[in-house]
Design a protein around this ligand. Structure first.
Ligand code: SAM
Length: 446
């Protein structure tokens, strides 16, 4: 059942069209995925259709059991609600790849993986989540996506506002909201909905925006989005940004047959008009004024440890000069060399859950590859002997069970691949194969 007051409010907002929305909210949600460039083909046993506003977006006519697909765990695609992929249209228009971006409310990581893909080798993404549990899911998804251009952080908005003044070229606030646009997928969102909660969400959204506002450069891009329909959390907040924080609204191009409804300002996706869940999105440019650019005060403040086995570790990477390798305790991490001073500085006051990608761990007298390296697109695949596994073997590996491999393998680390996509490492220690898949990521139930 939809909440009565929600029905009344949507009647006021949409008139007689509200009935079409209510009917759409009682139908099955649509399944869609966004393909990673780790792979350029899809192999689902169902009909596939293109998402019109994202070149890598596809609708699936059925929802497969993604847990049973090794390619899902290898980051070959991300299961993302189709409307959210419209973010791509905004950034294609307004965000150069060479940008420093903050995704303030990032878990589980749909929009962050999309941003990370757009920034590629030129940009840097700070992907943040305040919730302690959700930040680890975010970190897992970012590592699996594998671009290495992202730091996953766990901080509050005010930390960015006070300590990263004028740093970001773009800030995305995909705000926690009353979730009306998820009423089809998420019954809990219906139960938790109330007019009071809509007001509380709107206030919280303004608090987040105000707290981080100083971290956005003047002239920088703010993208504000929610998955709710009401005006209080959407248009009213955007108008508050323009009036109280100082920004101008930017138009976003779209095709008339996509079914998008223009807000006053911004863009709405309604499930009775577009194939996807509810979304509101608006792009704004922060008013330009003179400012002191952010400068990392690195010299003398950040001490870095010498990297053990650096030559060997570098040989595991394609274009090793693109990556700064840092050692902390037994572990090494790689992150974009062009942003190394900035990242070193940010690491002094941000709670970093994952920085770039993990490369190695010191084991005995040598270095062993970390799982994160197998997910990274920077991995030089031929640095390790490759072992192609079938579905049964892949699922055993992902359950962290002993591997039923029959072929003879040399001693040492091997890269397992499934349909040519890296899945992780095993180590042949003579009498058995050690499975190095992270325990916390393992498949628990089938
Ligand atoms: N952008 C994500 C994606 O595309 O996968 C979805 C984000 S979800 C709509 C909103 C997120 O905001 C949640 O993960 C929630 O934990 C986080 N959040 C809740 N309260 C917050 C606050 N006060 N400041 C920042 N983020 C908050």
């Amino acid at each position: 059942m939809l909440p009565i007051e929600f029905i009344e409010r949507m009647h006021q907002q949409l008139g007689s069209e509200a009935e079409l929305l209510f009917r759409a909210l009682e139908t099955e949600p649509v399944t869609s995925i966004r393909l990673n460039d780790k792979r350029d083909t899809l192999s689902f046993a169902c009909d596939i259709d293109e998402v019109p506003w994202h070149i890598d977006g596809y609708y699936l006519s059925e929802r497969p059991q993604f847990t049973l697909d090794p390619l899902f765990h290898a980051g070959a695609y991300y299961v993302q609600e189709a409307s959210s992929m419209f973010l791509q249209q905004v950034i294609d228009q307004y965000l150069p790849a060479e940008s420093i971006v903050l995704d303030m409310c990032a878990a589980p990581g749909g929009k962050s993986t999309l941003l990370s893909q757009h920034l590629g080798k030129e940009g840097l993404l700070v992907s943040n989540e305040v919730d302690r549990q959700r930040v680890f899911i975010l970190s897992e998804n970012i590592q699996k996506w594998g671009n290495g251009n992202t730091i996953v952080t766990h901080n509050r908005a005010e930390t960015f506002g006070t300590k990263c003044r004028n740093l970001f070229d773009c800030v995305l606030v995909d705000a926690p909201c009353s979730g009306e646009g998820m009423f089809r997928k998420d019954m809990q969102a219906r139960e938790e909905w109330s007019v009071k909660n809509v007001q509380l969400c709107a206030e919280r959204q303004r608090a987040i925006l105000m707290d981080l506002w100083d971290s956005l450069k003047p002239g920088g891009l703010l993208i504000y989005s929610t998955c709710t329909f009401n005006h209080e959390e959407n248009e009213d907040n955007v108008l508050w940004i323009t009036d109280c924080l100082g920004a101008e609204i930017l138009p976003v191009d779209y095709e008339p047959d996509w079914g998008i409804v223009e807000g006053y300002p911004g863009y709405h996706f309604f499930p009775h008009r577009t194939k996807g869940e509810g979304l509101y999105i608006c792009a704004l440019r922060k008013n330009d004024e003179s400012f002191v650019p952010f400068s990392p005060k690195v010299k003398g403040t950040v001490k870095t440890m010498p990297v053990e086995f650096e030559k060997e570790i570098s040989s595991w990477l394609q274009n090793p000069d693109d990556w700064a390798i840092r050692q902390s305790d037994r572990f090494t991490t790689a992150y974009p060399a062009r942003y190394k001073d900035l990242i070193d500085y940010l690491s002094t006051f941000l709670t970093c859950i994952c920085t770039g990608f993990g490369v190695s761990e010191k084991r005995g007298k040598g270095a062993a590859p970390q799982h994160s390296l197998s997910m990274a697109k920077a991995l030089r695949k031929d640095a390790f002997p490759n072992v192609a596994v079938n579905l049964e073997q892949a699922l055993c590996f992902l359950r962290t069970e002993a591997l039923p491999l029959t072929e003879h393998l040399n001693l040492g680390h091997h890269l397992l691949t499934y349909e040519d996509v890296p899945l992780g490492f095993v180590k042949n220690v003579g009498n058995r194969l050690n499975n190095t898949y992270p325990n916390e990521w393992r498949i628990r139930k089938l």
